[in-house]
Ligand binder design. Structure first.
Ligand code: GLV
Ligand code: MN
Ligand code: MN
Ligand code: MN
Length: 415
């Protein structure tokens, strides 16, 4: 047996399942699913569990100024850049147990498989926890991986606030206080390669009866924030002619945005996921409304064209001022052929039906592309459901994905 095949075979489904279950209790919701938003207590508790698990295997933990954690498995040539694998453990407020956490648990299972085989690889292997991939508590998403790939981005992130006014920087200070035992190292240390395992969060694998997705690309995403401004006034006395209702303006803009969807091609995604009305009182005409737009498409030209039409909606509407601002940009991105092929060889070696495919969701891997050769492994999501507490993947598929990941990581780490 080759060394990668030996490490893949040492992946233990029970051990992986137990870790996924243990981590799911941290931030677990009574009816199932998770609320483990970034840098909350459940996020810190889950990191502690993972650090302890890896240290007991013999790994060395590190963290960086963006709160990213690296759990390092030693190698024969320890001065060579490591092969890194991992994902995020923060969740949506009503998220599933696998979005993100699966990739970190699978990475830790790779370390456990290395430990159990006693395999000596040439390059170190690091299991990584990236900070704040989701972007729901502090926007934008993928902060940790973005700062890792471009350290100059961190300063701006530190000032990002959550709904209660707490900043990302304050959250990181709490993390510092909770992990004095984990040494700091700089952002952006060299990596030989990065591979991320993730649930698909769509229906492609299920529809085609494939177990493994060999991810070749990620579609582009852009986030926007619209704000409409009118004037607060009395709901019972203000005549229609004098009303400057910020929500009426927002509804007009929103319905024009939904119109772009019906005119656009099928691949276009546009979601208004958050809407805030100020002052938000039953009997006050709304003075201001803020809402978000999440726009996605595989082609930059289409994104540019839709963005131009979206920006044209920022004009006086229903007596209100309307403004729009882009808050996040992720270009459509291609993974590195060397890592894509390593994943494909992993799928072939473990004898699983696989498909070369694109990702509809964004991932930390998209940020890593500018740093080192990067790729991803997908496993199926039942009914394509994710960002939902009912998210589910067959346990056998979770093990299969971890075997493919182990094969790819061991091959990239070399002997
Ligand atoms: C990631 O959570 C995404 O929204 O694609
Ligand atoms: Mn995710
Ligand atoms: Mn997600
Ligand atoms: Mn995500």
């Amino acid at each position: 047996m080759t060394l990668p095949a030996e490490v893949a075979a040492a992946v233990d489904g029970r051990r992986l399942g137990a870790l996924i279950r243990d981590v799911s209790t941290l931030g677990g919701l009574p009816g199932g699913g998770l609320d483990r938003q970034t840098l909350t207590k459940p996020d810190l508790d889950a990191r502690r569990l993972m650090v302890d698990r890896c240290c007991s295997l013999g790994a060395q933990p590190w963290r960086d100024p963006a709160g990213n954690f690296f759990l390092r498995w030693p190698a024969t040539a320890s001065d060579e850049p490591p092969v890194a694998t991992g994902s995020h453990i923060d969740s949506q407020p009503g998220g599933g147990t696998l979005d993100g956490a699966y990739g970190v648990c699978a990475a830790i299972e790779v370390l456990a498989a290395l430990a159990s085989t006693g395999a000596r690889l040439r390059r170190p292997v690091e299991a990584v926890i990236w900070t704040n991939e989701e972007g729901c508590r502090f926007a934008p998403g993928t902060m940790g991986s973005s700062a890792f790939a471009d350290p100059s981005a961190l300063d701006e992130f530190l000032a990002a606030t959550d709904g209660s006014g707490a900043t990302f920087g304050e959250g990181l200070a709490q993390l510092d206080a909770a992990f004095p035992d984990v040494p700091l190292r700089p952002l952006g240390v060299p990596l030989h390669a990065f591979v991320e395992a993730h649930i698909e969060q769509g229906t492609t694998l299920e529809d085609t009866a494939n177990t493994i997705g060999i991810v070749e690309r990620i579609q582009g995403s852009r986030w926007f924030r619209f704000q409409t401004r009118g004037a607060a006034s009395h709901a019972g006395t203000t005549p229609r002619s004098r009303k400057r209702d910020a929500l009426a303006a927002a509804v007009e803009v929103a319905s024009a945005l939904y119109g772009l969807l019906t005119e656009g091609d099928d691949a276009l995604r546009l979601t208004i996921g958050r809407l805030e009305v100020v002052p938000g009182s039953v009997n006050v005409v709304p003075a201001a409304v803020t809402f978000t737009v999440d726009l996605r498409h595989p082609d930059t030209e289409v994104l540019d064209e839709v963005e131009a039409r979206l920006r044209a909606l920022a004009r006086p509407t229903a007596g209100c001022d309307v403004q729009v601002m882009r808050t996040m940009t992720m270009s459509p991105s291609l993974f590195h052929p060397a890592v894509v092929d390593a994943v494909a060889r992993g799928a072939r070696s473990v004898g699983l039906p696989s498909l070369r495919m694109a990702s509809g969701a964004f991932h930390d891997s998209l940020r890593l592309i500018r740093h080192c050769p990067t790729g991803m492994v997908f496993v199926p999501s039942r009914d394509g459901l994710s960002h939902n507490t009912a998210e589910y993947t067959d346990p056998d598929d979770l093990v299969a994905g971890a075997r493919v990941l182990a094969h790819a990581v061991a091959e990239l780490a070399g002997r």
